[in-house]
Design a protein around this ligand. Structure first.
Ligand code: NAD
Length: 248
């Protein structure tokens, strides 16, 4: 078997850091060209440089996924550069934690806008183009927080739970056109925002995980790669937990 994403084009949001950057790199290693989309333009450029160093084509695109105009322009740029988009990974994300009495309306809106509206906007912009091509794979990044409802994350947990329903709707609406949509729920993964929580929190997280440690961005990227590839040709509407067994 050749590379899993040979000559596919992947549009990856939040590709400037953490899990998104790792997904862009893993996909490129498996033969994909990458539209690296991020609010942080220089970070997207860095990811694009990684991808080019692997011998694949890359476009760095600065865009706010919560902004319909930005998303339309980003999709247009990727289509202009590559001619099509085969894989969409809705990964961009933020957290603005506070308990419900302390949470501002602005912080509620901001988190819902990036995760839930952002995924809707990117899907609305790109899935119809996949439909014209008669194939495509969409991978949405939820969180185990959307299953359990974390204290201090009313906005984030609600958005991440909403992504499960949005993924299932996407899977149903586009299945007849050869497009699959699936959603990943990672647990604690060692990206900068997680590592910033401090040693004690990380030890506590590892202790509560049956596999006894936190996960790596590569372990999430492996599952995204599987779902994006033809290996998952009969998988759609699925919710895949990548948690080391935590909260099963
Ligand atoms: P990260 O902060 O390292 O990277 C997120 C990237 O998204 C950044 O480059 C940021 O600039 C970009 N971004 C933020 N807002 C954006 C916007 N409006 N438009 C475009 N880009 C935007 O985060 P991460 O830990 O790699 O998380 C990636 C995804 O995985 C997120 O959806 C997150 O909720 C999810 N997740 C992470 C963990 C974890 O433990 N790290 C666990 C579960 C789920």
């Amino acid at each position: 078997m050749g590379p899993l994403l040979r000559d596919r084009v992947a549009f990856v949001t939040g590709a400037g850091a953490g899990i998104g950057r790792t997904i862009a790199r893993r996909f490129a290693e498996e033969g994909a060209d990458i539209a690296a989309v991020d609010l942080n333009g220089p970070a997207a450029e860095e990811t694009a440089a990684f991808v080019r160093a692997l011998g694949r084509r890359a476009e760095a695109i600065r865009a706010d996924v919560a902004n319909a105009h930005d998303v339309q322009a980003a999709a247009g740029r990727a289509l202009e550069a590559f001619g099509r988009i085969d894989v969409l990974v809705n990964n961009a994300g933020i957290t603005l934690d506070a308990t419900i009495p302390e949470m501002s309306e602005a912080d509620w809106d901001a988190v819902l806008d990036v995760h839930l509206k952002g995924t809707f906007l990117c899907t609305r912009a790109i899935a119809p183009r996949m439909r014209e091509a008669g194939r495509g794979a969409i991978v949405n990044m939820s969180s185990i927080s959307g299953k359990i409802g974390n204290i201090g994350q009313a906005n984030y947990s609600s958005a991440k739970a909403g992504l499960v329903a949005l993924t299932k709707v996407t899977a149903r609406e586009f299945a007849a056109h050869g497009i699959r949509a699936n959603v990943i729920q990672p647990g604690l993964i060692g990206t900068p925002p997680t590592l910033e929580r401090g040693e004690a929190k990380l030890r506590e997280g590892a202790a509560g995980t049956p596999l006894g440690r936190i996960g790596t961005p590569d372990e999430v990227a492996s599952v995204a790669l599987f779902l994006a590839s033809d290996m998952a040709s009969f998988v759609t509407g699925a919710v895949i937990e990548v948690t080391g067994g935590r909260h099963m």
